[in-house]
Design a protein around this ligand. Structure first.
Ligand SMILES: Nc1ncnc2c1ncn2[C@@H]1O[C@H](COP(=O)(O)OP(=O)(O)OP(=O)(O)O)[C@@H](O)[C@H]1O
Length: 97
């Protein structure tokens, strides 16, 4: 697991999410919003009744973030974590993120 700045706010993020229907999280580039929120939210049950979608402005970034998360968790890409870009996806019926 990575040791990124966002992780110290894990409890605060989850508590805030429980009390609000919309939460805006602002953090420096590279602080871990994409790769860590996609792990924090499943840890707190957010994938029990749906999936988490993380958007990226570029195809390369979308593939890179999903590969990175799968690598950090040591799980195969395309099962619990995957990506979908135009003309290509790497998801399955198990995909939560
Ligand atoms: N494919 C990768 N290979 C190696 N390290 C990576 C990779 N993707 C992310 N990281 C590491 O994880 C950190 C967090 O990346 P992440 O994309 O979660 O940040 P972010 O806050 O979403 O950034 P941004 O605002 O630019 O989208 C990076 O600083 C980098 O150290």
């Amino acid at each position: 697991m990575a040791n990124l700045p966002i992780l110290q706010f894990e409890e605060k993020i989850v508590e805030t999410g429980e009390k609000n229907s919309v939460v805006v999280i602002i953090g420096e580039t590279g602080s871990g919003k994409s790769t860590q929120l996609s792990q924090i939210l499943p840890r707190h049950g957010y994938t029990k009744s749906g999936i988490i979608a993380i958007t990226q402005p570029r195809r390369v970034a979308a593939v890179s973030v999903s590969r990175r998360v799968a690598q950090e968790l040591d799980v195969p890409l395309g099962e619990d974590f995957g990506y979908a870009i135009r003309f290509e996806d790497r998801i399955s019926s198990k995909t939560q993120d």
